[in-house]
Design a protein around this ligand. Structure first.
Ligand code: GYE
Length: 311
């Protein structure tokens, strides 16, 4: 089974733990928020956090994890950049009896190699985005362009799958083009420029679906540079709910986003605490909420609220 937790900071008792955190990098605003919330949560609980930035490279993550094992940390958090290639290093952690918690992305590895995983239901996120689009366009023909996340990462695989599921029964909605923008603003812009050129300067595009808000923000710039109105001429739907997408909604340039909490570490530290103190086995998958936001949901207020949450 899985439990659902909400956005927000939980208060928990301080633990005398040293925890290594192998972070992916700083590809997006959401990622930067997760890093700062993780540091805040550790500080609040008296946890000594060893932070390692992998600059988007799995080999750097594997090196960092081996370093944490050698240091004899009490636990390891890892946000795995891609799904495959983890079995060996996770086995090393297990043999050293160091519990590993996965944050925000999944792995293709046996479940006994990690204590728990704190992440969203990424297929659901894609489905929520697709259902919003299907409802919004109704029976109107709609050509969609898609900006995918990092190749081989679970959010890219699952957000594509969920969106496709949601539009499967709608023959008027088709995905005309789909390419990776690596979850970054700059690649989102660059790839969108190509889509616009290939689709009659953008006049043939009805909607842009991006696997994260940062790519959407880059794409919004490309749409404006092409002389079209994002949010009106081309619908914009994405995932994360970072402050900048709410700023775009305030400007009328974005239409929908699906919220991803940056507080994955709170539930992770709670699970580690209970496991270390009472030997309590946590749920294997701790699933965070996936709530849809549109310009009807007070985007200025949502922008302001997030600015106070570590973004
Ligand atoms: O949506 C994106 C980030 O792994 C689910 O990674 C996460 C994704 C998030 O860079 O913005």
């Amino acid at each position: 089974g899985a439990s659902v937790i909400a956005l927000g900071c939980s208060s928990a008792v301080a633990a005398d733990m040293t925890v290594g955190f192998s972070q992916i990098g700083s590809e997006s605003g959401w990622r930067a928020a997760e890093t700062s919330v993780t540091k805040m949560e550790a500080e609040k609980r008296g946890i000594d956090l060893k932070f390692a930035d992998a600059q988007q490279k799995q080999e750097n993550q594997i090196k960092a994890i081996r370093g944490f094992i050698a240091q004899g940390v009490d636990a390891i958090l890892v946000a795995p950049v891609v799904a495959t290639g983890w079995e060996e290093v996770l086995t090393e952690a297990k043999e050293a009896e160091i519990p590993v918690v996965l944050l925000d992305r999944g792995v293709d590895a046996p479940q006994d190699l990690y204590l728990t995983s704190v992440a969203s239901d990424q297929v659901k996120e894609g489905r929520v985005a697709g259902e919003w689009l299907a409802k919004t366009v109704g029976d109107k023909p709609c050509k969609v362009v898609e900006l995918q996340g990092t190749v081989g990462s679970t959010p890219a695989i699952n957000r594509k799958k969920g969106f496709e599921e949601a539009i499967a029964g709608k023959s008027n909605i088709t995905i005309a083009r789909s390419q990776t923008g690596d979850f970054t603003r700059s690649k989102g812009k660059e790839v969108m420029e190509g889509f616009l050129k290939a689709e009659n300067g953008g006049k043939d595009i009805c909607a842009m679906y991006a696997h994260n808000d940062d790519m959407a923000v880059g794409a919004i710039q490309a749409i404006k540079d092409a002389g079209l109105k994002p949010g009106t001429d081309i619908l914009v739907v994405s995932i994360d709910a970072v402050p900048d997408i709410f700023a775009a909604m305030v400007a009328g340039e974005a239409n929908a986003t699906v919220e991803l909490t940056p507080n994955m570490a709170g539930p992770a530290f709670d699970a580690l605490d209970a496991f270390k103190k009472d030997g309590k086995q946590p749920e294997k998958f701790i699933i965070t909420e996936s709530k849809l936001y549109t310009p009807a949901d007070d985007p200025q207020g949502e922008y302001d609220r997030r600015k106070g949450l570590g973004y």
